[in-house]
Design a protein around this ligand. Structure first.
Ligand SMILES: Cc1ncc(COP(=O)(O)O)c(C=O)c1O
Length: 390
């Protein structure tokens, strides 16, 4: 009755369990949600009004598949102010980066296409890759991002078509690809001529130091397909995001998108475009960086006080997530069940490993809880950990 590929869709036990975290009173570090108290409601109301005054009915009409010219131009200007490697015709506006991942999968993946991913990696990318029947090959990562030596060997042996990675504050670990590795990776990719999907929803959320240049900037559109989104900086409800790639790839993605949804919602695009016309955006990014950095520090400080000695964690220099390593042999799913009894939630890290390993890891989101709840939630998790580990 259903298509063959539907059989590859897996519902996750953890996702079902985590549905309970939306109950009132639960402190959740589980989702990847931006903080709603930072949504720029007033500025968006102004931008919406300006969009209607300026563009009238066209702001509500069907529009072109690639995206409205005003917004494509602004995004090209943000990515490459000197127009050296990105122009508006290199941009496709999508309904969230999630749609970008789906369209790219439709363009590149046949049954058996080899796709390399970091391990652990973003679950939402694994979904379309699996749906289109890719062979997913996880590549080892450490605190500096994907390990180039391991990648070199696997590229030689398995000849992948695609490499998917998140160079900045990746989901789930928060790790960032070091500058040295960026340069090595670009060289390797050029030599082996494969396509890289550079997924960068968190790049603007940098707390410590400077944002590193994108792989796209070093490598150009011949091999690199860059995705980013306004979900983490303005508001995810807009579902406005973009792909930056060669004109040929953008043309092909646009044909696929046409058959999917014709175009990204016109009004949302005009509102975002108006919002970007003032200094709203830079102020908003500054506010988010300050707030999330503070929340990250609150979480780190609480973990230091409440987590038992053998538990280890990292200190990401941006983004929305912390990564925790429990002692070998500890099952984070069992700990989650106990934590849910105490009304606190997280995601067990195993979810993010394509090969099902990582049982003793945990992802904690620090962007969506206020400092008092961070303190209380970490305290409760610490109590459960002490029962299990000591
Ligand atoms: C790595 C990564 N890529 C893509 C997305 C999807 O973002 P969007 O809201 O633009 O669809 C997310 C959302 O959490 C993400 O973490």
């Amino acid at each position: 009755m259903y298509s063959e590929r539907i059989g590859r869709l897996k519902s996750s036990v953890i996702r079902e369990i985590l549905k309970t975290t939306s109950k009132p009173g639960v402190i959740s570090f589980a989702g990847g949600l931006p903080s709603p108290d930072l949504f720029p409601v007033k500025e968006i109301a102004n931008a919406a009004q300006n969009a209607l005054l300026k563009f009238g009915p066209s702001a509500l009409q069907y529009s072109v598949t690639e995206g409205i010219p005003e917004l494509r131009e602004k995004i090209a200007g943000i990515l490459d102010p000197d127009s050296k490697y990105i122009r508006p015709q290199n941009i496709l506006i999508t309904h969230g980066s999630q749609q970008g991942l789906d369209l790219i999968s439709k363009l590149f993946i046949d049954k058996g296409t080899v796709v390399f991913t970091e391990t652990p990696t973003y679950l939402g990318a694994l979904q379309p890759f699996r749906f289109f029947q890719a062979e997913i090959e996880p590549i080892r990562c450490d605190e500096e991002g994907i390990c180039i030596d391991g990648l070199k060997i696997k590229i030689r042996d398995l000849r992948p078509e695609l490499l998917y990675l998140m160079p900045n504050f990746q989901n789930p670990t928060g790790a960032t690809l070091s500058m040295e590795r960026r340069l090595e990776l670009v060289e390797l990719v050029k030599e082996r001529n494969l396509f890289v999907i550079e997924d960068d929803p968190y790049g603007d959320l940098v707390f410590d130091g400077e944002r590193l240049p994108s792989l796209l900037r070093f490598g150009g559109t011949e091999n690199f397909i860059y995705l980013s989104t306004f979900s983490k900086t303005i508001a995810p409800g807009f579902r406005v995001a973009y792909v930056a790639a060669s004109e040929e790839i953008i043309g092909n993605l646009a044909i696929i998108k046409q058959g999917t949804d014709l175009h990204t919602n016109t009004f949302g695009q005009y509102v975002i475009s108006e919002y970007l016309s003032s200094d709203n955006y830079s102020n908003q990014i500054k506010l988010i960086r300050e707030t999330y950095k503070y929340r990250r520090d609150c979480m780190l400080s609480a973990m230091k006080r409440y987590f038992p000695e053998p538990v280890k964690w990292n200190c990401p220099s941006g983004g929305m997530f912390l990564w925790v390593q429990l002692p070998e042999g500890t099952d984070a799913q069992k700990i989650l069940l106990q934590c849910l009894d105490r009304n606190v939630a997280f995601v067990p890290g195993q979810e993010f490993f394509p090969d099902g390993s990582g049982k003793n890891t945990v992802r904690l989101n620090f962007s969506n809880a206020v400092p008092e709840n961070i303190e209380e939630g970490i305290k409760r998790i610490g109590e459960v950990l002490k029962d299990f580990i000591i």
